[in-house]
Ligand binder design. Structure first.
Ligand code: JFZ
Length: 333
């Protein structure tokens, strides 16, 4: 296991990329602005499933350049990339055969984003990794029983369940995860999210974990594959809890953690592109966080939210450049 995790422990610094149809919306609907992460636009701006479908239908990020994205990560000193292959909105950024709600069938773009990024990473010697959301606000079997009128109650109220969720798990989620692990070369990490919904069970988490390891034995899986993290951060990797590393979010834990962990953070307050959020952390602050995290034995997964055209925000590029200068001067992170 130590050998399997070696590249990841050595990597220290990676790029998180939150990109999807929500990147068109930027967290705004008329005069309403979504609080918090703009990748939650569908939920926070009260779109019905039907209303929201128009965004994947107009997803056409003609400025997307996988090689340039990967180069920006590499120049910043990052060693791996984790992209949202499918976030809670349910829209898939690859050519999925089990879904039409993907970049090939629903969008005019018709380019397999995951493929282009996987190839760019391979060329530039960066580990390619995927985020996959268990929560799916578009799939009728994954939603609560209010479909098609998506409502916050479905994931916040434990009494709202969808008896068909196991079907989604078996016939959609697992086949999608299998596609990602079969068609895009080596997958460094599968980074799950959305484990909190009531329909998801710890049995499913354990099944998913071994399912992944059976397909690609060396793939690393985060703790959100299982259920019942202690608090949301769930650093306790004891016992038979599935997953290879903990995922404290927007915080740096104290020293003395034996298990592997990775702190993920945003540069402003949003994971998805949100032009109204100008609450940017300074480059100095981000460099200090990197040092702090690495000195405590963790990895730093720093997020970028590209816009609907496929551009990194200039504020993010500036910070990546500053971090690159620092990592070059001070050796490897
Ligand atoms: C989730 C997502 O809902 C969010 O959009 C983003 O993708 C983020 C990386 O993950 O949100 C979370 C997940 C976990 C915690 C908080 C928000 N947590 O552990 O405190």
């Amino acid at each position: 296991d130590d050998e399997r995790m070696e590249w990841w422990r050595d990597a220290k610094f990676g790029m998180f990329i939150h990109w999807g149809a929500y990147s068109i919306i930027g967290g705004e609907r008329g005069t309403k602005i979504a609080g918090g992460g703009a990748e939650w636009a569908m939920d926070k701006l009260d779109y019905t499933v039907e209303d929201y479908e128009k965004f994947p239908q107009m997803f056409n990020p003609v400025m997307f350049d996988a090689d340039a994205w990967v180069k920006m990560a590499k120049d910043a000193g990052m060693k791996y990339i984790v992209i949202t292959s499918k976030h809670h909105e349910g829209f898939s950024l690859w050519d999925s055969k089990v879904s039409d709600y993907d970049v090939m069938d629903t969008s005019p773009f018709k380019r397999d984003v995951i493929k282009e990024l996987a190839e760019a990473c391979k060329k530039q010697d960066i580990k390619f990794c995927v985020y996959y959301s268990i929560v799916d606000w578009h799939h009728p079997q994954a939603q609560g029983n209010l479909y098609p009128n998506y409502n916050i109650a479905q994931h916040d109220d434990p009494s709202v369940v969808n008896p068909k969720f196991p079907k989604y798990f078996k016939n959609y989620m697992k086949p999608q995860v299998k596609e990602l692990l079969t068609n895009y070369g080596d997958i460094g990490v599968v980074w799950f999210d959305g484990d909190w919904i009531s329909d998801y069970t710890t049995e499913m988490g354990k099944e998913l974990y071994s399912f992944i390891r059976d397909i690609q034995p060396n793939t690393i899986v985060n703790n959100r594959v299982d259920k019942g993290r202690n608090g949301m951060e769930g650093m306790d990797m004891e016992g038979n809890f599935a997953g290879d590393f903990g995922t404290p979010e927007q915080e740096i834990p104290d020293t003395g953690i034996d298990s592997a962990w990775e702190a993920c953070m945003t540069m402003n307050g949003s994971w998805g592109y949100k032009p109204s959020d100008n609450n940017w952390k300074s480059s100095e602050d981000l460099i200090q966080k990197l040092v702090d995290i690495v000195s405590k034995g963790g990895n730093f997964l720093l997020n970028i939210g590209p816009d609907g055209f496929g551009r990194f925000p200039s504020e993010s590029i500036r910070r990546l450049n500053a971090m690159g200068e620092w990592t070059k001067k001070n050796g490897e992170a």
